[in-house]
Design a protein around this ligand. Structure first.
Ligand code: 5GP
Length: 211
């Protein structure tokens, strides 16, 4: 068998997907950067989290999140249904074990969009994941973006800004940091990270005539 390019190697039957944790304070532009990368990378899938946060306008159950009430969420925590979960901005968010297992078993590489606590929990349980932090170029720019979005009240924006400060202070705990000044550049950085991680010797899942 020829070893082939990293792209070929990612099509080996039985391959388990690589897990990428992507975190960013709100307003860092994570969604836009991820959308760009997803548009050009068909081997990537997004894990859909569960949350107790009410849906924003246009958000769909099963597409953006699994929207659960607090009682149901807590019942599922007790049942051990979550790989990790955390309270963020006063709501509960968590990665469902079934969802992650299904995606990884499909052979697709999986993006988990988590807050910093989620990234720490993933590391603590020893899940093999590459961790990436996306941040705005400055606090002033972050604040401008959050206020321009106008989907949240002034109170919620202030809470998100305070949380952003804390999250940015934790950026050195990640494997990679991307500064999202220009979206195209940030998307290119993320695509390069995914590509490099797929080439990592420790992640090769094939044997060939050299072995
Ligand atoms: P939003 O309410 O803006 O959709 O998300 C708020 C924060 O929750 C973001 O930082 C997002 O990454 C984080 N988040 C979303 N899903 C999960 C999850 O499953 N686990 C954890 N720990 N954080 C999550």
């Amino acid at each position: 068998m020829r070893v082939g390019s990293a792209e070929d190697r990612n099509q080996v039957p039985g391959r388990r997907g690589i897990v990428f944790v992507v975190s960013a304070p709100s307003g860092a532009g994570k969604r836009t950067v991820l959308e760009r990368v997803f548009a050009q990378d068909t081997r990537l899938d997004l894990s859909i989290s569960a949350t107790t946060r009410p849906p924003r306008t246009g958000e769909v159950h099963g597409k953006d999140y699994y929207f659960l009430d607090r009682e149901m969420f807590e019942r599922r925590v007790e049942a051990g249904d979550f790989v990790e979960w955390a309270e963020v901005h006063g709501n509960l968010y968590g990665t469902l074990r079934d969802e992650l297992d299904r995606l990884v078993a499909s052979g697709k590489d999986t993006v988990l969009e988590l807050d910093v606590q989620g990234m720490r929990n993933v590391k603590r349980i020893g899940l093999d994941a590459a961790t990436i932090f996306i941040m705005a170029p400055s606090m002033a720019e972050l604040e401008r973006r959050l206020r321009a979005r106008a989907t949240d009240s002034a109170e919620v924006i202030d809470l998100r800004l305070a949380n952003a400060r804390e999250e940015i202070a934790a950026r050195a705990e990640f494997d990679y940091v991307i500064v999202n000044d220009r979206v195209e550049e940030a998307a290119a950085d993320l695509a390069a990270i995914l590509r490099a991680e797929r080439c990592r010797a420790s992640r090769q899942q094939i044997e060939n005539e050299w072995d």
